[in-house]
Write a new protein. Structure first.
Length: 644
């Protein structure tokens, strides 16, 4: 049952009303259902059972009329009368048949089907016998004494069949009447039962409504803890700033609204006392923050001036390094060109060596050819000698041949002499070509060494150029860093000035806050104010300590400045009288405990940036605590005090 106590009031009220409404709906639904059933029963009685009674009565009347017409045939005095009676018998037989067929679907029970089977067994026999009797009477004369003997027998038998048929029809009528009476009794019992059930449900609904009303009333009383008017009066007094009010609760009450308001009043009393203490601490700390900010502002300006000079020197150094890098790139380009020229010279020398080698080979071939010519000249000389010998032997006939042989010999000797001289010249040329080839080969090796040296010079110049580029890039980064430091220093100087203005604004807000919270009446206000202001008045102001800027100081100073400016605007728009205290929304900063003011007072002498951070934290504590005190001395509604 604990979950029922945790249900909201709206859910409990809605559930109670829904239960009562459900009971009413159930009673109404049962009444509608009962009326519907009674209506259906009456319709069935009117449509089916009454129709069956009517049809059965019509069938019985038709049978009686047919039987009377049968008897009237025996005493008819004219043929026309007999013919009319015969037609009457035929029409009644047809109506009897139609009546039986109409009530056949209504007899669907076992006993009803049995009665229908009896009718089906009797009707054909009776109908055939009646038809035969009418045909027999048509053949008889008008004088009864002249009737055939079969007429009397058929008439008696037909009367017996008619009596049996009448009994069967009477049983069917009795069956219909019994079923109708049973349906009427059942409908009356259903109505009585429904009436009793509706009375029980109405009584249960009334009891349940009373119980729910008592339970809901007691639950609301326990949740409120007292009368709503008393709770509203307490809320109005707290909204008016009277925190000394005593909230009366029932013994053992730890969960009602009045108990929560009592807890709220106690928490507010402690919060207001802490805010007063924090405001006094902030007022003392802001004076020291202002002095530290002035010292920090002077040192920041000096640092900014030094950074400007450093930035100027770094720009000149950057220009010189860029010029050295350009010269190194030009020297590297010239060394590259010299390397290309040396490579081309080496290639030319290589081609000269190949040419000298070809000339040496050609000289060797010429020497070999001269040797062949010398051999030919020697053989020609021998042949000329042989020809001269043969001419001498021939005598006078061979004299001309001898002259020719002498000339040939002379030419052979001259050829041999010229070939020898040419051989000597070719040999000298071959020697010189060999010496030139050796010198060219040596020159090719020297050129290759020059190419390698020039390539090394080119590589070294490329490394020097790359190093110069890296040096230039590094100096540019250093220059950018110095410029950024200069910008940051300028911004720090501006932030320090803003922090000084924020400290002054914070001091003003501390005074405004003291004036605002003094509107709240608490039993411990005077004692707490005296205990806090006594050590602050006795402690002398310490000089600001010079220290380096904390890494988080800039961010904290910016936050404190933003909050101080916002709180100052809100303070200027409000009147100094103890009315509504408006401060920045608490969502802009995290919650800070109420004792942050005393902590700020103790840490105010360490360094400028941490002091600014402490001041920002104290301002945040005021900004967090103040929105919870949106209490007006003039008026306040229920929604304001319920948000605590």
């Amino acid at each position: 049952m604990g979950w029922i106590k945790r249900l909201p009031v709206s859910t409990v009220l809605t559930g109670g009303f829904l239960i009562v409404a459900a009971m009413g709906a159930a009673i109404g639904g049962l009444g509608i259902y009962t009326i519907t059933q009674l209506t259906r029963a009456s319709d069935e009685l009117a449509q089916k059972q009454m129709r069956a009674i009517t049809q059965m009565g019509s069938a019985a009347n038709s049978l009686a009329h047919a039987s009377r017409a049968q008897t009237a045939l025996l005493i008819a005095t004219t043929l026309d009368e007999r013919k009319a009676l015969s037609g009457e018998i035929s029409s009644n037989m047809q109506r009897l048949k139609d009546g039986v067929e109409n009530v056949r679907p209504l007899f669907a029970s076992d006993e009803g089907k049995k009665m229908i089977r009896e009718v089906d067994a009797i009707y054909p026999v009776w109908s055939k016998r009646m038809t035969d009797f009418v045909a027999l009477m048509d053949k008889q004369g008008l004088d009864p004494t002249q009737f055939d003997s079969r007429v009397t027998a058929e008439n008696v038998g037909l009367l017996d069949d008619t009596g049996a048929f009448e009994k069967t029809l009477d049983k069917m009528v009795k069956r219909v009447e019994d079923v109708s009476a049973a349906s009427t009794v059942k409908a009356r019992e259903d109505a009585q039962r429904s009436r009793l059930l509706m009375m029980v449900m109405a009584a249960v609904g009334a009891v349940l409504g009373i119980v729910l009303g008592i339970v809901i009333a007691r639950r609301l009383s326990r949740q409120l803890g007292g009368e709503p008017s008393y709770a509203a009066d307490i809320a109005r007094r707290i909204a008016g700033g009277d925190l000394a009010v005593q909230v009366k609760t029932r013994p053992g009450d730890h969960s009602s609204m009045l108990f929560a308001m009592s807890q709220m009043q106690q928490q507010l009393t402690g919060t207001i006392s802490n805010i007063k203490s924090s405001a006094d601490s902030i007022a003392s700390a802001t004076k020291q923050i202002a002095a530290g900010n002035a010292d920090l502002s002077q040192r920041t300006e000096e640092q900014a001036s030094s950074l400007e000079e450093t930035a100027s020197s770094m720009e000149e150094l950057t220009s010189i390094v860029k010029q050295n890098a350009d010269n190194a790139r030009q020297a590297s380009a010239l060394a590259g060109n010299a390397s290309d020229i040396a490579v081309k010279g080496g290639e030319v020398v290589g081609r000269v060596i190949e040419t000298m080698t070809g000339i040496n080979a050609s000289s060797k071939k010429i020497a070999d050819i001269i040797g062949v010519i010398e051999g030919i000249a020697f053989q020609t000389n021998i042949l000329a000698l042989n020809a001269a010998v043969e001419a001498a032997r021939a005598g006078e006939q061979g004299r001309g041949f001898a002259v020719v042989a002498g000339e040939v010999r002379s030419l052979a000797q001259r050829s041999a002499t010229a070939a020898k001289e040419i051989k000597e010249l070719i040999g000298d040329s071959v020697g010189r070509v060999r010496n030139g080839s050796a010198l060219v080969t040596e020159a090719g090796g020297v050129i290759e060494e020059v190419v390698v040296a020039v390539k090394r010079v080119t590589d070294i110049m490329g490394e020097i150029s790359a190093a110069s580029d890296e040096q230039s890039s590094g100096i540019e980064q250093v220059n950018q860093a110095v410029n950024q430091m200069d910008e940051v220093t300028q911004q720090n100087a501006a932030l320090v000035e803003q922090a000084a203005a924020a400290a002054l604004s914070l001091e003003e807000q501390a005074h405004l806050l003291r004036n605002a919270v003094s509107a709240f009446r608490t039993d411990e206000s005077a004692e707490l104010a005296a205990s806090v202001m006594a050590p602050l008045a006795a402690e002398p102001a310490k000089p600001a300590v010079r220290s380096e800027v904390h890494p988080e100081g800039k961010t904290q100073i910016v936050r404190s400045v933003a909050r101080a400016i916002a709180s100052r605007k809100a303070g200027q728009s409000a009147k100094p009288a103890p009315a509504v205290v408006e401060t920045p929304a608490p969502a802009e900063a995290p919650a800070v405990a109420p004792d942050q003011g005393e902590k700020a007072h103790q840490e105010a002498h360490s360094s400028v940036a941490p002091v600014a951070a402490v001041a920002a934290s104290a301002a945040v504590s005021v900004a967090v605590a103040a929105p919870t005190l949106k209490l007006s001395a003039a008026s306040a509604d229920d929604d304001e005090w319920s948000t605590f």
